[in-house]
Design a protein around this ligand. Sequence first.
Ligand SMILES: [Zn+2]
Length: 190
Amino acid sequence: MSEKLESMKVIGDYLGTIEEFVPCQGTYSDDGRIYASNIGKAILDHENHTAKVDAKMPSELKEGDVIFGDVLGIRKNMVTVIARKIQGIKGEIDAKTSIYVSNIAQSYVEKPDDLFGIGDIVKGKIIRIEHGLIDLTTKDDVLGVVKAFCKRCRYPLDKDEGRPGKLSCPSCGHIEQRKIAKDYGNVELI
Ligand SMILES: [Zn+2]
């Protein structure tokens, strides 16, 4: 008989010892003890002696979900965003998503790099999930960058009231552009 115990764990939670389990996906061991390295469901299998922690998988996401994530990479034709949170749903996720250049804004976008910065927090809506690839849009007014960091000094940027669509750095004065969400700066990420 297989005995599996499942419970939610966060990073650093104690799972067991290396005498009891082989540390698998989402875990790490330190001095003979196994801990969670993911936020998710801990699965302790006493028959196969394995311990793992499953992060919330992309399969739990669906089209129409609004997610918050951070910009991992910007390429010529797309922006890669790691989704961390689904709006209105407790708990964290960890899913790679993409915003294609044609899904960034209503108007034509030449270079995604002009409208996003690495590490920016983005609010996007899932428009397609196919073969494990998740596509987002930020076309709507309420979607886009909700928190951005200065490309020059990394300080969080403020909305520039004098220049619509622009952000300014309170630290170094740099003026930058983003595809700004309507509620830029006012987003509660809980
Ligand atoms: Zn700055």
